[in-house]
Design a protein. Sequence first.
Length: 117
Amino acid sequence: MAVTDPLGDLLTRIRNGQRAKKDSVLSPASKLRLRVLDVLQREGYIRGYSDEQMGPAAGVRIELNYTLEDGGISVQPANDTKRARAFWGMQRTMVQNLVTGVTDGFTKKLLITGASR
């Protein structure tokens, strides 16, 4: 099957692997994907990746970076820099929103205001 959005496909595979509590996921390899994986590894979003054959095509195995503690997901910052802590907070919030959205759902309220004559 042809993939029209290779980066979206890569990130979806990583996200689905984390939701399914997998240690690693497989993805087709390309120069673009490998460059993105370099950045994700450097920033601490993934533990690493390695080349792997997926039939006749080249693939990559992505090692996910999270821990399961007491039935919950724990995401840790890659290092103690300000940027790493900021991204860690964003990851933590995304995981919390995922849990809240699935268990409780979200509600939106619309407030209509305007000038009266």
